[in-house]
Design a protein around this ligand. Structure first.
Ligand SMILES: [Zn+2]
Length: 412
């Protein structure tokens, strides 16, 4: 999804895009109906929960827990900053309409302008992903600056790191340096008992997002911040934000600089049918792209020829009306052609989904057998931005899981 800094103008313009390009309401209803159908079909697929998973496209703030959002919104309501009654029912429901989705993004933007809230959200998001056996996650977030409360991009990221360190329910490996120096992270394979306790372990890395509304100088500041935080697990740069705002060319110098300095690049690409930008982004040859929904035939062929891995977010694409119905999603085409791709959640909180849920939808909709789902999940390791040591451990984790489960499974 392309949010982060929301205002009513951006909401309006995105609504217009959705309506113009997809006849939103009708198609959305069709999409949500199909989604529910798929969820029902996938009811008996609990094995997906226990399967190790890799998450590569998750916006930190959009992955917020409903209960936390409710609490933070209530506090803001008590302080008179928002009208709580106007948002309460939207937070409490699961199948949000397109308008409600954008309302929630606006609300999240308001509640995440506070260091304490950022720390709490980070901690909980990591715990939530780990609880469904995500063993490696790349979280992305736009470092925010808010002079009124003394928040700089750096202090925003420091609040994020506080959240990582505050996780207690699972072992978190987030610093490449610490992982090499200490053995507590690397020596114990994922999911192996530790201290008489079956503790889970998750690798966490970060992508710093450049918002499309930013200036070239501000984008460069984000890249510099990322470079200074590599030892804290920052591995790359993402370009996101309202795709109708700003121009992609503004950010090329910052992105080229980032790449030259060894950071990886992921771009939100093709959320709207902007031919010039899509072609420019493909020419840039990023390490991964997110979504790739509005590519025409020639662009899609180019994507395949270049073998650029795609971060696929099924529920997000349906809920936002970017794809009209799950059964015509380009996942099927890419999967058939064995194109590099990875299933992701985008904004698990806002879209009321989980990574297991996304695998469930893919398996049910496109008739993917269990062995093939295992392969899909384990192939994601190829596309992570962490170093080879982490890749090796993750591969071993998947191999052990597949070996243990493939021979005991007989329902597919
Ligand atoms: Zn996104």
């Amino acid at each position: 999804m392309f949010f982060d800094r929301m205002d009513s103008n951006s909401r309006e313009s995105r609504l217009i895009i959705a309506i113009q390009s997809q006849s939103a309401h009708f198609l959305e209803l069709r999409g949500v109906k199909k989604e529910r159908e798929v969820a029902r079909k996938g009811k008996n697929m609990e094995w997906l929960e226990s399967m190790p998973k890799v998450e590569l496209h998750a916006h930190l703030n959009g992955s917020i827990r409903n209960s936390t959002l409710l609490e933070l919104a209530r506090n803001l309501g008590d302080e008179g900053d928002i009208e709580f009654s106007e948002v309460e029912h939207v937070i409490l429901k699961d199948d949000r309409s397109l308008v409600e989705v954008f309302k929630l993004f606006d609300l999240i933007h308001v509640v995440t302008t506070d260091h304490e809230a950022i720390t709490r959200i980070t901690k909980e998001v990591i715990e939530d992903f780990a609880s469904e056996n995500v063993v490696y996650i790349e979280l992305r977030t736009t470092p925010k600056r808010n002079d009124k409360i003394g928040m700089s991009k750096r202090s925003y990221m420091e609040a994020v790191m506080q959240g990582v360190k505050a996780v207690t329910t699972v072992d978190v490996c987030f610093s490449p340096q610490t992982e090499q120096l200490t053995s507590s992270c690397h020596s114990r394979p994922i999911h192996e008992p530790c201290n008489d306790d079956l503790r889970k372990k998750i690798y966490v890395r970060f992508l710093l997002s450049i918002d499309r509304r930013e200036s070239a100088a501000s984008a460069m500041e984000t890249v510099d911040l990322a470079l200074g935080m590599r030892e804290m697990g920052v591995v790359g740069i993402d370009l996101s934000g309202n795709p109708t705002k700003g121009e992609w060319v503004t950010f090329i110098p910052a992105l080229e600089y980032a790449r030259k300095q060894g950071l990886k690049i992921s771009l939100h690409c093709g959320e709207v049918p902007n031919r010039t930008e899509i072609n420019g982004m493909l020419d840039f040859h990023p390490d991964r792209v997110g979504h790739a929904c509005c590519l025409n035939d020639a662009e899609f062929e180019c994507l395949k020829t270049l073998k650029i891995p795609v971060e696929i977010c099924l529920t997000s694409n349906i809920r936002t009306g970017t794809i009209s119905s799950i059964d015509i999603h380009h996942f099927a085409d890419l999967h058939r052609d064995k194109h590099p791709m990875v299933l992701c959640t985008d904004d698990a909180g806002v879209f009321s989904t989980s990574l297991s849920g996304e695998y469930k939808i893919a398996a049910s909709t496109f008739g993917i057998k269990r062995e093939e789902v295992y392969r899909l999940a384990s192939d994601a390791v190829h596309f992570i931005f962490a170093d080879d040591g982490v890749k090796t451990e993750l591969r071993n984790t998947f191999m052990a899981f597949i070996k243990q489960n493939l021979f005991s499974d007989c329902d597919h």
